[in-house]
Ligand binder design. Sequence first.
Ligand code: JEK
Length: 227
Amino acid sequence: MRIDAITIFPDYFAPMQLSLLGKAQGQGILEINIHDLRSFTTDNHHTVDDTPYGGGAGMVMLPEVWGLAIDSVIADEATLIVLTPAGTRFTQEMAYELTNAKQLIFACGRYEGIDDRVRQHYSADQYSARGIKVLEVSIGDYVLGGGEVASMVMIEAITRLLPGVLGNPESLVEESHMSEGYLEYPNFTKPQSWRDLSVPEILLSGNHAQIAKWRATQAELRAKKNL
Ligand code: JEK
């Protein structure tokens, strides 16, 4: 999978080169490219924003600089993801679907966001005919300062599902059954007693059927409490 993120703050993405993602990039499973939007400006002041038509607070990002940046990376079958607080909610289901994409382009806006004609332009027939899709996505019901952190959340959720990125594919098999009612149970490791708290006796019993039953009950109790 090829990932391109376009931003005026490329330094935000420094952690993307680290750890598991860094390893996957070394192995050719994944290629992450970060692009500085400002390098696509053509004026002396490297302007990326201007006042909104119709008035109102804040600034809106210029369509032409976004067009030049996206044109420089977009390939056939790409999915262009425009982060916005008004987008479709990002879910685990969407993460699974996006693992099938050849290229993901994350448009990380700032200020009040990107001129809507960028979304309109790449949604037109000439692009859908090339298999290019545009999604407006939000990671949750709170307001962030820009799309950078949101796109990193998405990149982590999607790439850990790619074969060879996560160290332990067994935990992915367990996870993929979550939609069939699998729930998270409380975890314990060494030592057996910690600050007067002991590990539940059943987990030391070696009775795997009883352990599975206990975990299912605990998971349901936890799910109800968190509802
Ligand atoms: C992309 C710029 C900042 C802040 C205006 C919005 C209703 C008007 C834009 N889950 C998520 N939350 N926030 C984002 C996100 C924020 C962004 C950009 C994504 C680009 N900003 C910004 C305020 C407003 N208000 C709320 C009233 C617009 C996001 C994701 N993904």
